[in-house]
Design a binder for this molecule. Structure first.
Ligand code: ADP
Ligand code: MG
Ligand code: ZN
Length: 440
């Protein structure tokens, strides 16, 4: 019995790998750097410091939106979002409120609401110093460009959620705008969850609450956390209870979600336009120019690979998972044509034998494959000996062949291969066998 349907909307944060930070000249490459070495008055929020917007980050966000079919606003602006937390030195975050860079878009049947640009916060580091639990702050990450994609509440199961998120990750990597690594925190996920009833769905009404799951750092945990939260809500609703909107985290040990804080609303943030930054304007021509600079996207590559190489969907997904791997494959296929090596064989050698790891250049892989084929196949005289033996031993099958039963050739080839321990080159075995049979 499925009384409830999960209604889920996603918020995805992706840290952009631009050279400098969002609103100052500090390096945005903060990962593994000594604490507080990549900071300045702007990203430390010192009074009087003036921000200026990073064009590279703006372009990257536009590209990402375009990859999902978003409309790019010809006029957009930054806003201040106020809240207090020690990792936020200005006590407001520069974000985008009602005029984001990108609006709409979709991946398959899942609708994207918007993609906007904001700045990341600093990082709290919890350490025990002289036996005392202390919290330190590292501002290296403060003001690193952070792109946020928000979807409509169009998801009902974790399979489609993970598919969507992997696509977002892949697109960011294809565009070269972020490594979108979850372990490094360059990609962070939030899921908003509520449960609807059949009646609610029929009326097209959303539940009047939603629970936001936060601080989830892998696809696997997201899946578990969502399922745990769905179960919790189901139990409450089945027992006749009500659920209030709040932010919850996931306890990996207990495999349950736990309350973090009650949900704040937009009015709590006191949004207002950032007075220190001019609005952003794009002409149609500029928007078109950025669009024309996009590389082949995963969805197009997927389709092209299916048409051109007729491989299984699983193989295609692995091969296109990053642009480096797919171009390696395509180069290897093109080189392999000289030896009649099929796309399927090359895909196999990369995926199952991982030969691409041993040979960083496709040419090296092809050279190796050609060697293996030569070494592995028995030479012509061994094949001839085996054919002669089989023809002598299998007199009944040979007689059948002479009486017009062509299908015994397959059986005889099998017997030859058995003697050769499978090392006969099939076309050579066939040719020599037929020569022998037809000479009689
Ligand atoms: P807020 O203003 O509180 O952040 P939004 O309406 O902007 O809320 O939506 C934030 C996210 O929550 C979006 O991803 C949206 O799809 C999702 N969402 C909105 N309503 C619901 C709901 N009833 N159940 C699940 N997700 C929802
Ligand atoms: Mg939110
Ligand atoms: Zn700075």
């Amino acid at each position: 019995m499925n009384k409830f349907t999960p209604i889920i909307g996603l918020e995805v944060h992706i840290e952009l790998s631009t050279k400098s930070k969002m609103f100052c000249g500090c390096s945005s490459d903060h990962f593994g750097k000594a604490p507080n070495t990549q900071v300045c008055p702007v990203c430390l929020g010192l009074p009087g410091a003036l921000p200026f917007a990073n064009k590279e980050a703006v372009t990257a966000t536009v590209k990402f939106g375009q990859a999902f079919g978003s409309r790019i606003n010809s006029f957009s602006k930054f806003d201040r979002k106020h809240y207090f937390y020690p990792d936020l030195p200005k006590s407001y975050q520069i974000s985008q409120y009602d005029m984001p860079l990108c609006v709409g878009g979709a991946f398959e049947d899942k609708r994207i609401r918007r993609v906007h640009l904001e700045e990341d916060t600093g990082k709290l580091v919890h350490e025990t110093i002289n036996g005392e639990k202390s919290t330190l702050i590292d501002f290296n990450r403060s003001s690193v460009p952070l792109m946020e994609m928000v979807t409509e509440p169009d998801f009902h199961d974790t399979v489609s959620i993970i598919r969507f998120l992997k696509e977002a990750q892949m697109v960011a990597r294809y565009l070269g705008i972020s490594n979108a690594d979850m372990e490094k925190g360059s990609m962070r996920l939030e899921a908003n969850i509520s449960l609807s009833t059949e009646e609610g769905i029929k009326k097209g009404e959303l539940p009047n609450y939603k629970v936001e799951l936060k601080n989830i750092n892998s696809f696997k945990f997201l899946e578990k956390a969502i399922n745990a939260e769905i179960k919790r809500q189901e139990e409450i609703l089945t027992a006749g209870g009500t659920i209030h909107s709040e932010t919850r985290g996931y306890d990996e040990v207990k495999q349950t979600t736990y309350s973090q804080r009650s949900k704040e609303e937009a009015k709590d943030y006191r949004y207002f336009p950032e007075p220190d930054l001019p609005p952003m304007r794009f002409t149609d021509g500029e928007i078109e120019e950025i669009k024309n600079s996009l590389p082949e996207l995963p969805k197009d590559k997927r389709k092209r690979f299916a048409d051109k190489y007729s491989l299984s969907n699983d193989y295609i997904e692995i091969l296109i998972s990053n642009p480096g791997r797919s171009s390696y494959f395509e180069e290897a296929v093109s080189l392999g044509q000289n030896w009649n090596l099929s796309a399927k064989l090359i895909a196999d050698l990369m995926i199952n034998k991982k030969l691409d790891l041993q040979h960083p250049e496709p040419a090296g892989l092809i050279k190796k494959v050609v060697e293996i084929i030569k070494v592995e196949y028995s030479d012509g005289s061994d094949v001839e000996t085996a054919v002669n033996e089989v023809v002598a031993e299998e007199s009944k099958a040979v007689k059948d062949y002479n009486n017009g039963k062509g299908e015994v050739v397959g059986f005889l080839m099998g017997m030859v291969q058995k003697k050769l321990k499978g090392k006969g080159n099939p076309s050579m075995v066939r040719e020599k066998l037929l020569n022998k049979l037809n000479e009689r």
